[in-house]
Design a protein around this ligand. Structure first.
Ligand code: COA
Length: 260
């Protein structure tokens, strides 16, 4: 697939997706979402890819849904299809087997904020800002924001952000738990790549299962989640990676994992 709205690069086990419509603050239209989905699916399939990093070019990570799609009006059917696509992308990020890092370089608003919420780790430039401004358009966050933000920061703060629609700084986002780390803007990619390289050195099997189990903590009751933890553990003694991890520990060397 040829990409127009994103840049997709792969090197040293890391797939990097850069939103690339800076003149529109990386606002996401259907083409943008389809390309993002295709890149993520490729990263998931490619055995050489261990980690995905998503960032934006210019002043924004993404200013959200491209509102020009609705300038001339939109049918209920078309509108709900776009929401469905936004959901497919954010859910894919959240449930794919490989870790996804958002490197938020600027505005992460509306759908842009929701994409970062779906990522496993979010690193933000100190100049970045976050927000769900949809209420100002007489709408609401509809790519998972009402659900993910509430689970992440609790319903009082989620309601404040969603009902008031104000933007918050990267520091405030960090304090709320939306962001894992805030760094000077010129160090953003360095920091994101540091995280990515660290993740790429771990066992892909363990990362996949650990990610799935943490996700399930938000989606199942405690008893079911705990059962799943025990059941998944039975797979590990048969994996090469787990045996390599133990062997490396006793041989006092760094392990080399193969994802098997
Ligand atoms: N959809 C479509 N175009 C968008 C956009 C969006 N979500 N966000 C920004 N743009 C476009 C602007 O229309 C402008 O295009 P133009 O130069 O052709 O007029 C360009 O990107 C630059 O944005 P501009 O508003 O001039 O920059 P700014 O620095 O003054 O303001 C924002 C930045 C992010 C505060 C402002 O663009 C904004 O509020 N965007 C909408 C955010 C939003 O509501 N997102 C949720 C959508 S559901």
């Amino acid at each position: 697939m040829e990409f127009k709205s994103i840049i997709y690069e792969k090197a040293e086990g890391i797939a990097k997706i850069t939103f690339n419509k800076p003149e529109k603050l990386n606002a996401a239209d259907v083409t943008f979402l389809q390309e993002l989905k295709a890149a993520l699916e490729d990263a998931e399939k490619d055995e050489n890819v261990k980690v995905v990093v998503i960032t934006g070019s210019g002043r924004a990570f993404s200013a959200g849904m491209d509102l020009s799609m609705f300038k001339e009006g939109v049918s209920a059917y078309e509108f709900s299809k776009i929401m469905e696509l936004g959901h497919q992308v954010t859910r894919f990020i959240e449930t794919m087997s490989k870790p996804v890092i958002a490197a938020v370089n600027g505005y992460a608003l509306g759908g842009g904020c929701e994409i970062s919420l779906a990522c496993d780790i979010t690193i933000a430039a100190d100049t970045a800002s976050f927000g769900q401004p949809e209420i100002n358009l007489a709408f609401y966050p509809s790519w998972g924001g009402t659900q993910r933000l509430t689970r992440l920061i609790g319903y009082k703060k989620a309601k404040e952000l969603i009902l008031l629609g104000d933007r918050i700084s990267a520091e405030e986002a960090y304090r709320l738990g939306i962001v894992n780390a805030v760094v000077p803007a010129d160090k953003l990619m360095e920091k994101a790549m540091e995280y990515a390289k660290k993740l790429a050195s771990k066992s892909p099997v363990a990362l996949k299962v650990a990610k799935r189990l943490v996700n399930s903590a938000l989606e199942t009751d405690l008893e079911a989640g705990l059962r799943m933890e025990v059941m998944q553990s039975a797979l590990f003694p048969a994996t090469e990676d787990f045996n390599e991890g133990l062997k490396a520990f006793f041989e006092k060397r760094q392990p080399s994992f193969k994802g098997k």
